[in-house]
Design a protein around this ligand. Structure first.
Ligand code: IPM
Ligand code: MN
Length: 361
């Protein structure tokens, strides 16, 4: 966690607008950051990094060691989106996004699932009271490490192995973070481990043992377990049953897309890639959406929501609350829909409205 003496409180923020709608939505997020900074008196320096698909096509580079080292010196990274239609799948994902997560050891992917008032929810009869939980996704291990290989590639006897690596240290720090968060949230204080212990008899055996062991240190937190398939079912059927969910990298990826849908879609879902002792990175979780790029129609709320998480992690909790309240007011009183092109306002106008609400309050 970034803690600075008040006298030197100038945050260093790196912006990586990235691909597709990334630059447009990041611009709105930065507008909001500026407004709330002025209002509450915190200061920051901003540096832009031109990374992503276009940069790769121009230079053949995804993320140089030099840029990476530069980024290590920031308090936070604000990321738009990564993914380009002319770049083969995996190159930018592994070479930029996952490289940042891994190299900066952002071992938590924090993804709140929260239905704001006024957002259409695809679940019948569910209200904002029913949908308000957080997914803590392990972010540096599991199936994402990129370890494995082919044997006899291209032949009828081809073998493809993709290794899932779970370390005691990696699992424990993630589980501990989730217990701490559950305590801090102070809602019903229930932490659920989402796994697949009936099939992943090594990987999730380790997870379960660590989960139960760490639970002993948190007698105030109720623990629960569900298999990942059942978790998906409950997220649709009884989302109100969740407070905090802790899970591995792959399952966390999947269930948070489901989570995004029940909170109103990719236009509102945001997340933080967190290294509690280092540089964290904040992003809308929706991706680059190339078909909406450059049209001023994408919903910037997810990117603005990423600023809320960033402010919170930086320790600017008053500003985080101010921005979130402004988001809520804009959504409930000034927007028609959360979908791109259906908002009843442009990307820029939505950003302006959030700024107005911040200044008005
Ligand atoms: C996400 C994305 C990434 C992931 C992709 C782009 C590598 O889907 O942030 O959830 O799988 O983590
Ligand atoms: Mn994903």
């Amino acid at each position: 966690m970034v803690r600075k003496a008040l006298s030197e409180l100038v945050y260093k923020i790196a912006a990586i607008p990235g691909d597709g709608i990334g630059p447009e939505v990041v611009l709105e997020g930065l507008k909001v950051l500026e407004a709330v900074g002025k209002k509450n008196g915190f200061k920051y320096e901003l540096k832009h990094y031109d990374l992503g698909g276009d940069h790769y096509l121009k230079t053949g580079e995804t993320l140089s060691e030099e840029t990476l080292d530069d980024l290590r010196g920031f308090d936070a990274i604000y990321l738009g989106a990564v993914g380009h239609p002319e770049v083969a799948p995996g190159i930018l994902e592994r070479g930029l996004l996952l490289k940042l997560r891994f190299e900066l050891d952002q071992y938590i992917n924090l993804r709140p699932v929260k239905l704001y008032p006024g957002v259409a929810c695809p679940l019948k009869d569910k209200t904002p009271e029913d949908i308000d939980f957080v997914v803590v996704r392990e972010n540096t291990e599991g199936l994402y490490i990129g370890s494995g290989g082919f044997l006899k590639k291209g032949s009828p006897h081809e073998v493809a192995v993709q290794e899932m690596v779970n370390t005691r240290l990696g699992v424990e720090r993630c589980v501990r973070y989730a217990f701490d968060l559950t305590r801090k949230r102070n809602k019903v204080k229930k932490l659920l481990f989402c796994g697949k212990t009936n099939v992943l008899n090594y990987a999730h055996d380790l997870w379960m043992r660590v989960f139960e062991e760490v639970a002993g240190e948190y007698p105030d937190v109720t623990t629960d377990y569900a298999h990942v398939d059942a978790t998906c079912m409950w997220m649709v059927k009884n989302p109100e049953s969740f407070d905090v969910i802790v899970t591995d990298n792959m399952f966390g990826d999947i269930i948070t897309d489901l989570g995004a849908m029940i909170q109103g879609g990719m236009g509102v879902a945001a997340g933080g890639n967190i290294n509690p002792d280092g540089v964290s990175m904040f992003e809308p979780i929706g991706g680059s959406a190339p078909k909406y790029a450059g049209k001023n129609v994408a919903n910037p709320m997810a990117a603005i929501g990423a600023c809320v998480i960033m402010l919170d992690v930086l320790g600017e909790s008053k500003s985080a609350i101010d921005v979130e309240e402004a988001i809520k007011r804009v959504i409930s009183t000034r927007m028609k829909d959360m979908g791109a092109g259906k908002m009843g306002a442009t990307t820029q106008e939505v950003g302006d409205m959030v700024v107005e609400e911040i200044n008005r309050a």
